[in-house]
Design a protein around this ligand. Structure first.
Ligand SMILES: [Cu+2]
Length: 347
């Protein structure tokens, strides 16, 4: 990590060209790396991208309020009325995202994205009637996630500002039948279907829409994007709730190779629709009411763009995201932060 930081600093400091050279593509002509489908390409251009994301959660939050384990144990499953006996303690998710973009014309860019996910969740199991700890266990799922194909349509001529509309379809390539071994209050260790949040995909075909605006000034830039996602069908009796977000960022150019940006995002997701009969038990993650909610995330990012020799055109970017307000539905784990490192190269 220190070596990487040193490399980044050296890269930024060895300035060779002046900022006023408008012919150079700028590092902030791409949005912060956590924003997907943020830019179009020129006719016949294509681009490959790789992103690595790490996200973590810990402790519990109930309808937006912090709650300790003892109090969580008196909360009940919305369907069965039974108290929760297994509480999630910590979750870590790692995601490798691969993307490809191709522009058949200046007005249309096609984007393909897929990913590989690894999810790890640790839990504490309590006894049937009280607050005595029976033990702890960790559950892990990993594999290919969902794949999406998106058409990105230039809307500059419609709105008279640099902007585009995305219409995409998410394909259920990620499994929703993963199993995990759990420690039950009676000390048995059955293997059962993993809770919704531990599955690798949505299980459904999802329609995705987005609208993006980019405004470029001399030494800074501004961007806006709104995303919408809705499931088109059910799988095993359920689907994730409708998702909506709205995000805006401001970027500042440090030099021709580097820019930094701050970004604010509001997101909102409805609870799970329907339920999977194979997912049940005494864990809040098995209860469909404990999904979705809304909140605000604040992100800081760095975009790097190589301008000379063998680094020319290679992009490297970092983004750190801190949740600043979480108003989740029901009892859920609290997000603590996430980081994305991304690489992009256009041809
Ligand atoms: Cu691209």
């Amino acid at each position: 990590m220190k070596t990487l930081l040193l490399f980044v600093l050296l890269f930024i400091m060895t300035t060779s060209k002046i900022l006023a050279d408008h012919k150079l593509p700028k590092p902030d002509s791409h949005a912060p790396i956590g924003v997907m489908g943020d830019h179009l390409h020129l006719s016949d251009e294509y681009m490959i991208s790789y992103r690595f994301m790490k996200m973590s959660m810990e402790e519990l939050i109930n309808n937006g309020n912090n709650i300790n384990n003892t109090n969580s144990l008196s909360l009940t499953n919305s369907r069965t009325g039974q108290t929760y006996r297994i509480l999630p303690k910590e979750m870590n998710m790692e995601m490798h995202m691969l993307g490809g973009m191709y522009a058949p014309s200046d007005n249309l860019t096609i984007m393909l994205m897929t990913n590989y996910i690894k999810k790890k969740m640790s839990h504490t199991t309590y006894n049937m009637g009280g607050t005595a700890v029976v033990g702890e266990f960790e559950a892990e799922t990993k594999g290919i996630g969902d794949t999406s194909i998106t058409a990105m349509i230039n809307s500059k001529s419609i709105f008279n500002i640099k902007s585009h509309l995305n219409i995409g379809l998410s394909l259920p390539t990620g499994s929703v039948t993963e199993t995990v071994e759990v420690l039950m209050p009676n000390s048995s260790r059955p293997t059962i279907r993993a809770p919704y949040g531990m599955q690798l995909g949505s299980g459904t075909y999802d329609l995705k829409g987005a609208f993006t605006i980019n405004k470029d000034f001399e030494n800074f830039g501004m961007g806006f994007q709104s995303n919408y996602k809705t499931a088109l069908n059910d799988q095993n009796g359920w689907s994730f709730g409708n998702y909506f977000d709205i995000t805006s960022w401001t970027s500042f150019l440090i030099n021709e190779k580097a820019s930094i940006a701050g970004r604010l995002k509001y997101y909102n997701q409805e609870e799970i629709d329907g339920r999977d009969n194979s997912i049940s038990g005494r864990n809040p993650t098995q209860d469909t009411k404990n999904y979705g909610g809304d909140g605000f995330d604040l992100s800081l990012s760095l975009n790097l763009l190589g301008q000379n020799n063998y680094l020319k055109g290679h992009r490297l970017a970092f983004e750190y995201t801190l949740p600043i307000k979480q108003d989740n539905n029901g009892l859920q784990m609290k997000k603590t932060g996430s980081i994305i490192i991304g690489y992009q190269k256009a041809f």
